[in-house]
Design a binder for this molecule. Structure first.
Ligand code: M6R
Length: 356
């Protein structure tokens, strides 16, 4: 897992280079069997971590391309009998390309006359073979049961697709496209910088390893990352963790907050940062132990003194889901190491879930 976390700047670079022309400032994919312009919506289906990548993509497709996205976990989608207008685009996100529920959902969409696109890491997989178009993630083989580099490569691929869609549909100008492409081009370097927080994370994980419950909060594209952070911690450390949209705090989970509750807040300084500040204040007022992952500006404007501060460089908001994944993964990894669990082969889990 450590190796796969550390490979991310490199594999993200490869994946991005497959979809982006950095000198032209454009995003591209060849031989698409559909036209972005005529699509009325996109359906995204996946499981686990791949689902959280898809949930992040919903924010990008809707923002860059004004293209509504329906997203569901494949185990629900496959039995939901969703009505679908023929000619729509259904995207399936999967590292292995063999996940049973994702494959069953793909076959349902095929029967409903959808164009089938797969964001997969294993190009010879069943999902890749049964798709009309494959958008490969170039993470290389992912062996650790807990997905890390496949996740950030899925994010890179999906972000490039959303930019392509935005440009093709006329919601992004050539200048907007070039800016977004340049922003993505910064991701490998920023991820390398994020990896340098590891010694600090290793230390603070010692305390976290004593917790019995951990809450993760985020807004916007940091919300799916909060869900992913909680999943990662559960999977490899066996500590109970929940991810929540920060704005949902008042609707229930705030009742859990006391001085024993670590709260990981993922909050880059962005246009909704202020909203997250008020949630942090609610947590701080109840004695919650905040671990704030933000940039320098965010830490200055947070208005609270967190229990632990993880400071990342300032960066374009488009790439924060990729870069902030790194400390989130390291936090789970080092917490599990302190506890002494097997991070590569966590109990009860298989790398690929090929049966229901
Ligand atoms: O191979 P897939 O991406 O389709 O797998 C989906 C999930 O089973 C997978 O992401 C799982 O949640 C991981 N163990 C997460 O770390």
């Amino acid at each position: 897992m450590a190796k796969e976390i550390h490979e991310q700047p490199e594999v993200i670079g490869h994946t991005l280079a497959n979809y982006l022309d950095f000198s032209a400032g454009t995003a591209r994919a060849r031989d698409l069997p559909f036209d972005w312009k005529t699509l009325r919506r996109v359906v995204i289906t996946a499981c686990g971590t791949a689902y959280y990548a898809g949930l992040t993509a919903k924010y990008w497709f809707e923002r860059f391309a004004r293209l509504p996205v329906d997203i569901d976990v494949a185990s629900e989608f496959r039995y939901r009998e969703m009505p679908m207008e023929p000619g729509g685009l259904a995207l399936f996100v999967s590292q292995s390309g063999e996940t049973a529920d994702t494959l069953a959902s793909l076959r349902y969409c095929r029967a409903q006359g959808q164009h089938i696109g797969a964001v997969v890491n294993v190009p010879t997989s069943t999902i890749a073979r049964e798709s009309d178009v494959v958008f490969p993630t170039l993470a290389g083989p992912e062996i650790g049961v807990a997905s890390t580099k496949a996740f950030t490569c899925q994010l890179s691929t999906l972000c490039a697709l959303a930019i392509m869609a935005g440009r093709a549909r006329g919601f992004l100008s050539a200048e907007d496209e070039a800016k977004l492409v340049a922003a993505l081009g910064e991701a490998p370097r920023m991820m390398a910088a994020a990896l340098r927080t590891e010694p600090q994370i290793e230390k603070l994980a010692k305390n976290l390893s004593k917790a019995s419950d951990v809450l993760y909060l985020g807004r916007g594209t940091s919300y799916p990352l909060a869900l992913e952070g909680a999943l990662k911690l559960k999977e490899i450390s066996y500590i109970h963790a929940e991810g929540y949209a920060a704005g949902e705090l008042k609707h229930g989970p705030i009742a859990l907050i006391d001085e024993n509750m670590p709260v990981v807040v993922i909050a880059p300084y962005d246009r909704i940062f202020e909203k997250t500040v008020s949630n942090m204040q609610e947590v701080a007022a109840r004695g919650g132990r905040i671990i704030l992952i933000s940039d320098q500006k965010g830490h200055e404007e947070a208005g609270i003194t967190p229990h632990e501060a993880i400071i990342l460089p300032e960066m374009p908001s488009t790439i924060t889901p990729l870069v902030y994944s790194v400390p989130v993964q390291l936090l789970a990894y080092h917490t599990a190491l302190h506890i002494g669990t097997d991070v590569d082969q966590p109990r009860n889990l298989a790398k690929s879930v090929t049966v229901e």
